[in-house]
Design a protein around this ligand. Sequence first.
Ligand SMILES: Nc1nc2c(c(=O)[nH]1)N[C@H]1C(S)=C(S)[C@@H](COP(=O)(O)O)O[C@H]1N2
Ligand SMILES: [Mo]
Length: 545
Amino acid sequence: MTSEQPGQSGPQGVLPVPAWDAPDPSEPPGDPFGPGGWAVGNLGYAVDGLVAGATGLLVAEALDVAFTLGGWVSGNSSGRSPILAVGAAFVDLTPAWLKEWAVASFGTGDKAVLFAGMAIVLAVLFVAIGLVARTRHTLATALVGVLGVLALVAQLTRAGASPTDPIPLVGGLAVTLWMLPRLVARTAIEGPSRREALGLAGAAAGVALATAVRGSGGVIAANASASRAAAVPVPSGLPIPAAAGAEIGVGGVGPWAVSNADFYRIDTALTVPRLTAEAWSLRVWGEVEREVTLTWAQLVGKPLIQRYVTLACVSNEVGGHLVGNALWTGWPVRELLREAGAKAGADMVLSRSIDGWTAGTPLSALTDDRDALLAVAMNGVALPFEHGFPVRLVVPGLYGYVSATKWVTDLKVTRFADDMGYWTPRGWSALGPVKTASRIDVPRSGARLPAGRVAVAGVAWAMHRGIQAVQVQVDGGPWADARLATEPTVDSWRQWVFEWDAGPGSHVLTVRARDGAGEWQTAVQTTSDPDGATGHHSVTVAVAG
Ligand SMILES: Nc1nc2c(c(=O)[nH]1)N[C@H]1C(S)=C(S)[C@@H](COP(=O)(O)O)O[C@H]1N2
Ligand SMILES: [Mo]
């Protein structure tokens, strides 16, 4: 690289590269920041840092996309792309409370917020490196190196990381390290100029391009979309379970079956995996008599069934909305496990998604008569990408984090003593049976109502046990029975309504449910970690006099 001897000029390359630590020739003595003052004097260097950094990033992401499209190296993109790898490492290291706060504050936009935050942090770092490079060559190079090493660590510690994953990162780093001294040297000679404006525009265009390539996933997404559009996972004439009377018919209560667009979404995936059905396969291995691999064509050729099942997230707060009911089409995973033949002693299946996320599910819940599904369709259409296309697990009665693996590609038959799902070492229980819960949907908390007849209504759930009874309490008085909608299956939530004679004043309404085993939902308030929140849901309303 360049010499650090003061006064010596750059030996190689087309651009003159003056010594880094030499006095800046563009600075008149006595006015170190030139005629425009500090800001103008430094603008050029800030832009140099930004341009060198952004170009390196763009090169790295472009290499990743090229590798993905060319199929030249193994591994998946979330390990090779430095941006995705760092973001994923950040998500994995985020404490549960911060993650919950992010989901609560930004909802499904939490990932967009993370990317925006990363872009801002990177821009600030690149600008700082440019400013440092003005006078401290070695330090600037070292700072770029530190960023590179951090990204490298993030890549190599990803689940399923491959030794070739850092190739794009190394390529991008080389570009940044090559560009930075040359840009800075030219700024030192020419001073601030129109070039800065061009540089800024270039950096902005580069970042926009990188984001566009990343955000849309380019050709990968197009292929996956075509595959999903062509997939016909629901054979015509396949019976749909009866659900007459499941709607209580009160406005404001969420629909009994939630549409795909409105269904809650929870996962650790920074970019939604975009597999094609044709490229998908599922491997069953571990403590089995024989390994089995299942392809999409084989799976949709099996005798599929349809089941209404309610999914719930363990992070759902009392009264929360991380829960929803849908019609799932799939093949009982029991049949696949039977083909593989679990060995004696195995008690868990560790299911893994294409992005490395895992869930540990009791083998018994996958093999008993509850019809745990390898699901291929949701509400009659191929799974939306966000909900696991092409194939996910749906297991009645268990929270999603221990059962509902989306983009599932691997089932390892194992033991709880030997393996753990993703959330268990992060402080969540290894077992996650759904707790009995109930929610008031109408009236909403804070509502102002006229006195008289008011329909208090909502949902209650205790998947795989069912709901026997729901009661409502007004202002801590006696519990009174609510009227229940029909219960087409014990694996779905149940709607209820209570006709309340509302008198003037402020009132607290509370709900509780009894599950199919006769157990009342507990009043004890607990947080959602480690195995699901408990406590009664209440709303406070004001009734006009
Ligand atoms: N691959 C993958 N599958 C996953 C998760 C994940 O992070 N990655 N999260 C689980 C959790 S915690 C829940 S609650 C459900 C949510 O499923 P949904 O997004 O389709 O509602 O997916 C489960 N499956
Ligand atoms: Mo969850």
